[in-house]
Design a protein around this ligand. Sequence first.
Ligand SMILES: [Zn+2]
Length: 260
Amino acid sequence: MSKWFSPLWLVLLAGAIPSLGWAQAVGGYAAGCQFDARALPAKGPGFYVIRGSRERFYGQPALIDYLQTLGKKVEQAQLPPMLVADIARERGGPFASGHRSHQTGLDADIWLRSPPKPPHPRRLENISAVDMVNHSLYILSPQFTDRQRQLIALAAQDPRVSRIFVHPLIKQAMCNTYGQAPWLNRLRPWFGHSSHFHVRLHCPAGDKHCEPQPKVAPGTGCGSELTSWIRDKSGALSSKAPGKPYRPVLPEQCQGWVKP
Ligand SMILES: [Zn+2]
Protein backbone atom coordinates (compact mmCIF):
# COMPACT_ATOMS: atom_id res chain seq x y z
CA MET A 1 0.00 0.00 0.00
CA SER A 2 1.32 3.47 -0.86
CA LYS A 3 2.11 5.50 2.17
CA TRP A 4 -0.40 8.10 0.98
CA PHE A 5 -3.18 5.63 1.66
CA SER A 6 -1.83 4.63 5.05
CA PRO A 7 -4.51 4.30 7.75
CA LEU A 8 -2.38 6.75 9.69
CA TRP A 9 -3.58 9.52 7.39
CA LEU A 10 -7.19 8.67 8.13
CA VAL A 11 -6.45 8.91 11.81
CA LEU A 12 -4.72 12.26 11.40
CA LEU A 13 -7.53 13.56 9.18
CA ALA A 14 -10.24 12.50 11.61
CA GLY A 15 -8.36 14.20 14.43
CA ALA A 16 -8.07 17.41 12.44
CA ILE A 17 -11.70 17.49 11.29
CA PRO A 18 -13.90 16.99 14.31
CA SER A 19 -17.06 17.03 12.17
CA LEU A 20 -16.22 13.50 11.03
CA GLY A 21 -17.73 12.50 14.32
CA TRP A 22 -14.84 11.14 16.27
CA ALA A 23 -15.63 11.91 19.82
CA GLN A 24 -12.59 12.65 21.89
CA ALA A 25 -11.42 14.42 24.99
CA VAL A 26 -8.32 16.54 24.33
CA GLY A 27 -5.89 17.90 26.92
CA GLY A 28 -6.22 17.98 30.68
CA TYR A 29 -9.35 18.21 32.80
CA ALA A 30 -8.50 21.85 33.57
CA ALA A 31 -7.00 22.84 30.18
CA GLY A 32 -8.62 21.09 27.27
CA CYS A 33 -11.61 20.72 24.99
CA GLN A 34 -13.83 18.07 23.48
CA PHE A 35 -14.86 16.99 20.00
CA ASP A 36 -18.16 15.44 18.99
CA ALA A 37 -19.75 15.83 22.42
CA ARG A 38 -23.18 14.39 23.18
CA ALA A 39 -25.93 16.19 25.06
CA LEU A 40 -27.40 14.55 28.14
CA PRO A 41 -31.20 14.63 27.65
CA ALA A 42 -33.04 16.99 30.03
CA LYS A 43 -34.43 13.99 31.89
CA GLY A 44 -34.35 10.22 31.82
CA PRO A 45 -34.75 7.26 34.16
CA GLY A 46 -33.38 8.30 37.54
CA PHE A 47 -32.15 11.79 36.64
CA TYR A 48 -32.97 15.39 35.75
CA VAL A 49 -30.64 18.01 34.29
CA ILE A 50 -30.78 21.26 36.26
CA ARG A 51 -30.01 24.81 35.08
CA GLY A 52 -30.27 23.68 31.47
CA SER A 53 -30.24 27.24 30.15
CA ARG A 54 -26.49 27.39 30.86
CA GLU A 55 -25.95 24.75 28.16
CA ARG A 56 -23.34 22.93 30.20
CA PHE A 57 -24.88 19.50 29.59
CA TYR A 58 -22.45 18.22 26.94
CA GLY A 59 -20.01 15.41 27.55
CA GLN A 60 -18.05 12.65 25.93
CA PRO A 61 -20.08 9.53 25.03
CA ALA A 62 -18.49 7.60 27.92
CA LEU A 63 -19.67 10.20 30.43
CA ILE A 64 -23.17 10.48 28.99
CA ASP A 65 -23.45 6.69 29.09
CA TYR A 66 -22.09 6.66 32.64
CA LEU A 67 -24.73 9.19 33.80
CA GLN A 68 -27.60 7.40 32.07
CA THR A 69 -26.46 4.05 33.50
CA LEU A 70 -26.16 5.59 36.96
CA GLY A 71 -29.67 7.03 36.61
CA LYS A 72 -31.02 3.53 35.93
CA LYS A 73 -29.22 2.18 39.01
CA VAL A 74 -30.68 5.04 41.07
CA GLU A 75 -34.15 4.13 39.83
CA GLN A 76 -33.61 0.41 40.52
CA ALA A 77 -32.50 1.26 44.05
CA GLN A 78 -35.76 3.25 44.44
CA LEU A 79 -33.88 6.42 45.27
CA PRO A 80 -35.23 9.82 44.19
CA PRO A 81 -33.90 10.91 40.77
CA MET A 82 -30.46 12.54 40.90
CA LEU A 83 -29.89 16.11 39.75
CA VAL A 84 -27.14 16.52 37.15
CA ALA A 85 -25.66 20.03 37.05
CA ASP A 86 -22.59 21.19 35.11
CA ILE A 87 -20.93 18.79 32.70
CA ALA A 88 -19.14 20.82 29.98
CA ARG A 89 -19.79 23.23 27.13
CA GLU A 90 -20.42 21.68 23.72
CA ARG A 91 -16.81 22.22 22.64
CA GLY A 92 -15.44 22.18 26.18
CA GLY A 93 -12.79 24.60 27.38
CA PRO A 94 -13.05 26.82 30.45
CA PHE A 95 -16.37 28.10 31.76
CA ALA A 96 -16.89 31.86 31.93
CA SER A 97 -17.22 31.45 35.70
CA GLY A 98 -17.01 28.76 38.31
CA HIS A 99 -14.89 25.64 38.18
CA ARG A 100 -11.50 25.21 36.57
CA SER A 101 -12.06 21.71 35.31
CA HIS A 102 -15.07 20.38 33.35
CA GLN A 103 -13.19 21.19 30.12
CA THR A 104 -12.93 17.83 28.34
CA GLY A 105 -16.41 16.35 28.78
CA LEU A 106 -15.27 13.88 31.44
CA ASP A 107 -16.39 15.76 34.58
CA ALA A 108 -19.93 16.07 35.94
CA ASP A 109 -21.47 17.58 39.05
CA ILE A 110 -24.31 15.74 40.76
CA TRP A 111 -26.27 17.54 43.45
CA LEU A 112 -26.94 15.84 46.74
CA ARG A 113 -30.38 17.34 47.38
CA SER A 114 -33.55 15.67 46.20
CA PRO A 115 -35.49 17.03 43.21
CA PRO A 116 -38.18 19.66 43.79
CA LYS A 117 -41.73 18.39 43.91
CA PRO A 118 -43.13 18.51 41.34
CA PRO A 119 -39.97 18.63 39.19
CA HIS A 120 -41.32 21.32 36.90
CA PRO A 121 -38.75 22.58 34.32
CA ARG A 122 -38.86 26.11 35.75
CA ARG A 123 -38.12 24.78 39.22
CA LEU A 124 -35.22 22.71 37.89
CA GLU A 125 -33.87 25.86 36.26
CA ASN A 126 -34.06 28.06 39.35
CA ILE A 127 -33.22 25.44 41.94
CA SER A 128 -31.01 26.32 44.88
CA ALA A 129 -28.38 24.09 46.44
CA VAL A 130 -28.75 22.45 49.84
CA ASP A 131 -25.53 22.36 51.85
CA MET A 132 -25.02 18.99 53.53
CA VAL A 133 -22.43 20.40 55.97
CA ASN A 134 -23.08 22.59 58.96
CA HIS A 135 -19.90 24.66 58.58
CA SER A 136 -20.06 26.43 61.92
CA LEU A 137 -20.31 23.17 63.89
CA TYR A 138 -18.26 21.33 61.24
CA ILE A 139 -20.59 18.35 61.16
CA LEU A 140 -22.85 16.85 58.50
CA SER A 141 -26.33 18.31 58.45
CA PRO A 142 -29.44 16.15 59.02
CA GLN A 143 -30.17 16.38 55.29
CA PHE A 144 -27.30 14.01 54.65
CA THR A 145 -29.03 10.64 54.95
CA ASP A 146 -28.78 7.13 53.64
CA ARG A 147 -30.16 8.39 50.32
CA GLN A 148 -27.01 10.48 49.74
CA ARG A 149 -24.73 7.67 50.91
CA GLN A 150 -26.33 5.19 48.52
CA LEU A 151 -26.17 7.63 45.61
CA ILE A 152 -22.44 8.32 46.14
CA ALA A 153 -21.75 4.59 46.53
CA LEU A 154 -23.53 3.77 43.27
CA ALA A 155 -21.64 6.57 41.51
CA ALA A 156 -18.25 5.37 42.78
CA GLN A 157 -18.66 1.69 41.90
CA ASP A 158 -18.35 2.19 38.12
CA PRO A 159 -14.78 1.33 37.06
CA ARG A 160 -14.80 4.17 34.53
CA VAL A 161 -14.55 6.59 37.46
CA SER A 162 -11.13 8.05 38.16
CA ARG A 163 -12.12 10.24 41.10
CA ILE A 164 -15.15 11.64 42.85
CA PHE A 165 -14.57 14.82 44.83
CA VAL A 166 -16.56 15.09 48.06
CA HIS A 167 -16.31 17.23 51.17
CA PRO A 168 -13.94 15.63 53.75
CA LEU A 169 -16.85 15.09 56.18
CA ILE A 170 -18.75 13.24 53.44
CA LYS A 171 -15.73 11.05 52.73
CA GLN A 172 -15.55 10.31 56.46
CA ALA A 173 -19.25 9.32 56.52
CA MET A 174 -18.70 7.01 53.53
CA CYS A 175 -15.67 5.42 55.26
CA ASN A 176 -17.76 4.86 58.39
CA THR A 177 -20.56 3.19 56.42
CA TYR A 178 -18.67 1.22 53.78
CA GLY A 179 -15.50 0.26 55.68
CA GLN A 180 -13.15 -1.47 53.28
CA ALA A 181 -15.10 -1.15 50.00
CA PRO A 182 -12.53 -1.14 47.16
CA TRP A 183 -14.08 1.90 45.49
CA LEU A 184 -13.63 4.11 48.56
CA ASN A 185 -10.26 5.35 47.29
CA ARG A 186 -12.01 6.94 44.31
CA LEU A 187 -13.68 9.32 46.76
CA ARG A 188 -11.25 12.20 47.16
CA PRO A 189 -11.70 14.75 49.95
CA TRP A 190 -11.91 18.27 48.58
CA PHE A 191 -13.37 21.40 50.12
CA GLY A 192 -16.33 23.08 48.48
CA HIS A 193 -18.10 19.81 47.64
CA SER A 194 -20.74 19.87 50.34
CA SER A 195 -23.87 20.38 48.23
CA HIS A 196 -22.75 18.32 45.23
CA PHE A 197 -20.17 15.71 44.32
CA HIS A 198 -17.98 15.89 41.27
CA VAL A 199 -17.43 12.77 39.16
CA ARG A 200 -14.34 12.54 36.95
CA LEU A 201 -13.93 9.68 34.50
CA HIS A 202 -10.65 8.23 33.27
CA CYS A 203 -9.55 9.19 29.76
CA PRO A 204 -11.53 6.94 27.39
CA ALA A 205 -9.42 4.25 25.70
CA GLY A 206 -8.11 5.52 22.38
CA ASP A 207 -8.27 9.24 23.24
CA LYS A 208 -4.56 9.70 22.75
CA HIS A 209 -4.62 13.46 23.33
CA CYS A 210 -6.45 13.11 26.64
CA GLU A 211 -4.12 13.76 29.58
CA PRO A 212 -4.82 11.44 32.52
CA GLN A 213 -4.28 12.37 36.14
CA PRO A 214 -1.91 10.27 38.24
CA LYS A 215 -3.58 7.22 39.77
CA VAL A 216 -4.85 7.62 43.31
CA ALA A 217 -2.81 5.87 45.96
CA PRO A 218 -3.95 2.33 46.83
CA GLY A 219 -6.03 1.79 49.94
CA THR A 220 -9.31 3.31 50.99
CA GLY A 221 -7.94 6.79 51.75
CA CYS A 222 -9.85 6.64 55.03
CA GLY A 223 -6.80 6.93 57.29
CA SER A 224 -4.27 9.65 57.96
CA GLU A 225 -4.83 11.57 54.71
CA LEU A 226 -8.49 12.02 55.54
CA THR A 227 -7.69 13.00 59.11
CA SER A 228 -5.38 15.75 57.85
CA TRP A 229 -8.17 17.10 55.62
CA ILE A 230 -10.62 17.10 58.49
CA ARG A 231 -8.19 18.93 60.74
CA ASP A 232 -7.38 21.56 58.12
CA LYS A 233 -10.58 23.55 58.31
CA SER A 234 -8.74 26.65 57.10
CA GLY A 235 -8.94 25.29 53.54
CA ALA A 236 -12.71 25.33 53.74
CA LEU A 237 -12.57 29.11 53.98
CA SER A 238 -9.90 29.77 51.34
CA SER A 239 -11.71 27.63 48.75
CA LYS A 240 -14.55 30.13 48.77
CA ALA A 241 -12.35 33.13 47.92
CA PRO A 242 -13.42 34.65 44.58
CA GLY A 243 -10.71 34.15 41.96
CA LYS A 244 -9.86 35.78 38.66
CA PRO A 245 -11.45 34.18 35.58
CA TYR A 246 -9.40 31.09 34.79
CA ARG A 247 -7.88 31.21 31.31
CA PRO A 248 -5.43 28.34 30.80
CA VAL A 249 -3.35 27.81 27.66
CA LEU A 250 -5.21 25.12 25.74
CA PRO A 251 -3.64 22.37 23.63
CA GLU A 252 -3.09 23.19 19.97
CA GLN A 253 -6.03 21.05 18.81
CA CYS A 254 -8.39 23.18 20.91
CA GLN A 255 -7.23 26.57 19.70
CA GLY A 256 -9.74 28.08 17.31
CA TRP A 257 -12.21 25.35 18.30
CA VAL A 258 -13.13 26.46 21.81
CA LYS A 259 -15.29 29.55 21.85
CA PRO A 260 -14.15 32.31 24.22
ZN1 LIG B 1 -17.45 20.03 39.45
